[in-house]
Design a protein around this ligand. Structure first.
Ligand SMILES: [Zn+2]
Length: 84
């Protein structure tokens, strides 16, 4: 039996989306995906949620890179200060 595709969307219309964090970009920016209809959201620069468009994916990728290099540097610093 074929699974009806319209069901998740109908569920969301009735009960609202059920978002889960799918990615932590920075401490403040996260990406969310609805468990039912796979709609994706992200935190924007105002701190509110907005639809995850390709533009925002691009911004998040850059943010993530900056964030990672920053935390990486911090880790290295802590490591070397614990050695010396
Ligand atoms: Zn949904």
């Amino acid at each position: 039996m074929k699974k009806p595709n319209q069901l998740p969307k109908m569920y969301c219309n009735l009960f609202g989306h059920d978002y889960q964090v799918t990615k932590r970009v920075t401490y403040h920016v996260k990406e969310y995906t609805c468990r039912h209809c796979k709609t994706q959201l992200t935190t924007n620069s105002n701190g509110s949620l907005t639809k995850l468009t390709p533009k925002f994916k691009e911004i998040n990728a850059i943010l993530e890179r900056i964030h990672n290099s920053r935390t990486q540097r911090l880790k290295n610093k802590n490591l070397s200060s614990s050695i010396y």
